[in-house]
Design a protein around this ligand. Structure first.
Ligand code: NAD
Ligand code: UD1
Length: 333
């Protein structure tokens, strides 16, 4: 069993991963500056698991605060979620994104080296595949990102690869997430975007809740079966299990390894709307709007590597994702 530091641990994916780690007997230490999450998540993790994770409200780029945490906790491994993730905001405030996402990573790596912590799992994104052709496999070319957020993921992958190349004791696992959605079945933790949601599922749940009167479907003239964009949505609880599998892998391997975490199945925007309606017995009003700049027609994962090497496979379907996302949103009303 390991003691695992989760940077960004009170966030959407971090909180679900903390639950899975605690359920499997690991210890979880959460570090978060609460810039995009709230302290009550720690209580909710305890409610779900019966175990209270240790929580540090710190900026992960604060060298002193992070060193204090490492001195007190001596984590065996780190899962690095902390960072900003809003694509549009990254175009408007690129320096803020490069500063936060790169600084947290560099400070973390230097601190890990100082305290002899040698395992790190990083939250990368399918966005690094840029202009490659789907299905994306781990050897598909990366780069060609359409926004600063994507470039931070690309750059951090290179920084981590370089660190592992220079120190052969390091174990780096890069997890490229496809489209994480859904929430814990308890309805206690989930995704809570501030302001107007950028992503499809939180927008749909806010329309369902009556917070917004309709959904804009960004384009119905793509070369896809129904003309709307196709994505590989993955339930956040499946994603969390993928992190536990990656942690086990990192225990017995060094160097850098990359895994896609997706389902391998594509779902269009219209299919998602209808699945949500079926799963929850609701109607989602929508209008067809112009394409969103920077969007791809298709994105989905080749998933064989994670299945073969991590022995992990996503299990939940689109209806599960819709039902659980709605249960969490209802809890906010
Ligand atoms: P999130 O915003 O819910 O979680 C990130 C957490 O990091 C937040 O709680 C925030 O407060 C914290 N944070 C940010 N900067 C920090 C800093 N300097 N110090 C300490 N804490 C800091 O996002 P999420 O959806 O849980 O995503 C987690 C990671 O996965 C991010 O790195 C994100 O880029 C990546 N990712 C997310 C998606 C997605 O669609 N959700 C897709 C691919 C990759
Ligand atoms: C977006 C980001 C991507 C990031 C990912 C995280 C952009 C251009 N890309 O990807 O970098 O890694 O989120 O999950 O922002 N849609 C609508 N109406 C809406 C919202 C979305 O029709 O109100 C459509 C989109 O056009 C797309 C699909 O729904 O076809 C999914 O969109 P979204 O959830 O934003 O995810 P991505 O576009 O894959």
């Amino acid at each position: 069993m390991s003691k695992v530091l989760l940077t960004g641990g009170t966030g959407f994916i971090g909180s679900h991963t903390a639950v899975k780690l605690l359920e499997q007997g690991h210890e979880a230490v959460l570090a978060d500056n609460l810039s995009n999450s709230s302290r009550d998540v720690v209580d909710r993790i305890e409610q779900i698991t019966g175990k209270r994770p240790v929580f540090y409200e710190i900026d992960v780029a604060d060298r002193q605060a992070l060193a204090d945490l490492f001195r007190k906790e001596s984590p065996d491994a780190v899962i690095h979620f902390a960072g900003y993730k809003a694509v549009g905001e990254s175009v408007a405030k690129p320096l803020m994104y490069y500063r936060n996402n790169l600084d947290t990573t560099l400070t973390l790596l230097e601190t890990m080296a100082q305290f002899d912590c040698r395992r790190i799992i990083f939250s990368s994104s399918s966005t690094v595949y840029g202009a490659s052709q789907p299905p994306f496999n781990e050897d598909s070319p990366t780069g060609g990102c359409s926004n600063p957020y994507g470039w931070t993921k690309f750059m951090i992958e290179k920084i981590l690869e370089g660190a592992a190349h220079a120190d052969e004791r390091l174990s780096v696992v890069l997890l490229r997430y496809f489209n994480p959605v859904g929430a814990h079945a308890s309805g206690l933790i989930g995704e809570k975007p501030g302001g107007i949601p950028n992503n499809l599922m939180p927008f749909i749940t806010q329309v369902a809740a009556g917070k917004r009167d309709h959904l804009n479907v960004f384009g119905n003239d793509y070369e896809t079966p129904d003309g709307t964009g196709v994505r590989d949505y993955i339930h956040v609880v499946d994603l969390a299990k993928g992190h536990v599998a990656a942690l086990n892998y990192a225990e017995s391997h060094t160097g850098t390894e990359v895994f896609n975490l997706g389902t391998g199945k594509g779902t269009s925007v219209l299919e998602m709307i209808h699945a949500f309606e079926r799963a929850n017995g609701l109607t989602i009003p929508y209008v067809i709007a112009p394409r969103r700049p920077g969007d791809l027609a298709f994105s989905f994962a080749e998933t064989r590597k994670a299945e073969a090497v991590l022995h992990w496979k996503a299990e939940k379907n689109i209806e599960d994702m819709c039902r659980d996302a709605w249960r969490f949103e209802k809890g906010l009303l």
